[in-house]
Ligand binder design. Sequence first.
Ligand code: HAM
Length: 438
Amino acid sequence: MNKKFSVPRGTADILPDDIASWQFIEATARNVLTVYGYKQIITPLFEETELFARSMGQTSDVVQKQMLTLQSQRQEGESAGLALRPEGTAAVVRSYIENSFDRKETLSKLFYIGPMFRGERPQKGRLRQFHQIGVEAIGPESASPYLDAEVIRLSVELLTQAGLQPADFKLKINTLGSNDDKTNFAKFLREHLQPARSGLCEDCQDRFERNVFRVLDCKNKSCQALVAKLDLNHAYLSADSRKYFADVCLALDSLGIKYEKSLTLVRGLDYYTHTVFEISSSALGSQDALGAGGRYNNLVSQLGGPAVDAIGFALGVERILLALVDHPKPASRPLKVFIVTLDEASLRRGFQILHILRRHHIAGDMSYRLSSMKSQMRQADKSGAEFVMIIGEEEYKKGAVTLKQMSSGKQQELKAAESERDCRALIELLCQETGSQT
Ligand code: HAM
């Protein structure tokens, strides 16, 4: 027997029934992003593996465990291996530097929409190929608490415009401070966790050495109990960092954004400095982050670019859709007309009329093979078309069609045959209904 193939684990087909929801989220996002002054950037689906290791951090879970690398035929002169992109930030920064954006503008506001790849153990809301709507604001003028507040507000607005209610999600924010502040914070954590180190889960034993911040967001109960006992505060921050964070909070308050300050919010990627944030939904189960982001003031220079600051975030499209499951679905655009023909001659004519209608942006379809009237009407019904256009022997002889409105059952005969001129009345009537131009 021939083998039947299945979609690879951790990936999913987006089937026609779900497309209206996808398109709605994408179109809404593009709209909101344009209103906020962001421009789209499209980068390749794969990059040099080293780009991700150097930006997200050698010690991050993504780089250590989840990179999907390509067994590519390395071309001469190409030193590094390639990996499917696990996120968008590194690639956007690579492009920012490569294309000298800093010489063209003082603040580059960029967005991307597309698939990302992480070799994770799949579970609800955790896929190996998933889609992000992401934003990066990079440039010498990006270090302003107002921009932090605007970026956070943008992430919230994208979710609400996609159909979520403010009560459906929670926004948490924190600050990690500058690189020096982060070093102090890591030292504080190691000192205070050291006595209880043996009580940490296996993963956190490892994290203690390589990325101690991650102990703070471990989901293991015993680690959480140890973290709860830590006297966390912002003592590790410099006066400047503390002031910056206070100003971000004030700017958020001025925009009426509801948030919770969370001292345990640290994020798993190395590049973050200062403001970090995460938006979660209780509807999602254990993978509850709808989106997350933060400032990354050193990444551009670390990757060989100018010393400019930056902030961004990414939302997970699949997780937004999961959170929207109980909300009404956007309707897909229905067909305007379905053509039913009853003999060879009218099939030929119907085929031509269909193409004339499509030239006028009237969405139409037909049965391409002759079958009984009953079976074609069933097809018309299933297609959801607003009108059925019937051409039988009688209509054919008269150079006419019978147009039936499915909802009311009202019928009328209209002149229509093989030329545009012959179809004038039909086009006008259907365009009136569509609101499009004849
Ligand atoms: P991240 O927290 O790794 O951040 O991912 C952002 C969002 O992508 C998550 O909150 C989640 O909604 C979605 N996501 C991540 N992994 C998966 C997965 N395996 N399956 C389904 N959805 C997933 C970043 O990627 C950063 N680049 C965000 C950023 C942009 N920071 C600054 N600029």
